[in-house]
Write a protein that binds this ligand. Structure first.
Ligand code: SF4
Ligand code: SF4
Length: 195
């Protein structure tokens, strides 16, 4: 069972995440529809509705040490299903930003690699180059032929683009990365552990 313990410094966590995300997290009544539709639920140690509950409980350390929000792929399914209009996908993104700014990193090595490569890909091209990301991820994770047989199928179904889509205004994208740099605090201990 997960231990939930709030400290004085964690007392404002609900308020802080709600404000940063612009989401009324206190309004979540735990119906679970977000988690029921999440395509990544089987990969998460803490489901989307549980993430929201931990925020309500100000259980900052338990939440930031988990892998659930790192595995979110921002598909928006949870947000579109919520009967209360709570944008859980935005909360997940906000938690990643908060975690990095506090020196936390995903404890799962592959998730950490994917996060880094994803951001580097966007920074380089302005838009995601899916094939390049997949190839680099396979190389960096020492599994060069992982899922390679799926490429033709995914492409045929429009789930994987083989074309390059460069953005016209790459300088604006890179400027965003520059503005975010002060928040990218280096991990001060091993990944996934409290800084
Ligand atoms: S669907 Fe909405 S109200 Fe229901 S658990 Fe998820 S966030 Fe909370
Ligand atoms: S946005 Fe993230 S948490 Fe929400 S359904 Fe998609 S993967 Fe799951």
């Amino acid at each position: 069972m997960m231990r939930v313990g709030a400290t004085a410094t964690q007392g404002l966590f609900l308020e802080e995440v709600s404000r940063l995300a612009g989401v009324e997290i206190a309004g979540c009544y735990q119906c679970g529809k977000c988690s029921a539709g999440c395509p990544m639920a089987d990969e998460m140690d803490i489901l989307p509705n549980q993430v929201l509950r931990l925020i309500q409980l100000n259980a900052q350390d338990e939440l930031l040490a988990a892998n659930g929000f790192w595995r979110c792929v921002s598909c928006q399914t949870c947000s579109s299903r919520c009967p209360k209009g709570i944008d859980a996908a935005r909360v997940m993104d906000t938690l990643k930003i908060l975690a990095v700014s506090r020196g936390w990193r995903p404890k799962d090595r592959l998730v950490a690699i994917l996060q880094r490569l994803f951001l580097a890909n966007i920074r380089r091209h302005g838009r995601l180059q899916e094939l390049e990301l997949a190839a680099l991820f396979n190389l960096r994770s020492f599994r060069p032929f992982q899922d390679i047989r799926l490429v033709p199928k995914l492409h045929a179904r429009g789930k994987l683009s083989l074309a390059r889509h460069e953005t016209r205004d790459i300088h604006s994208v890179q400027r965003i990365f520059e503005l975010a740099r002060p928040f990218d605090r280096p991990a001060s201990t091993s990944e996934g552990h409290r800084p």
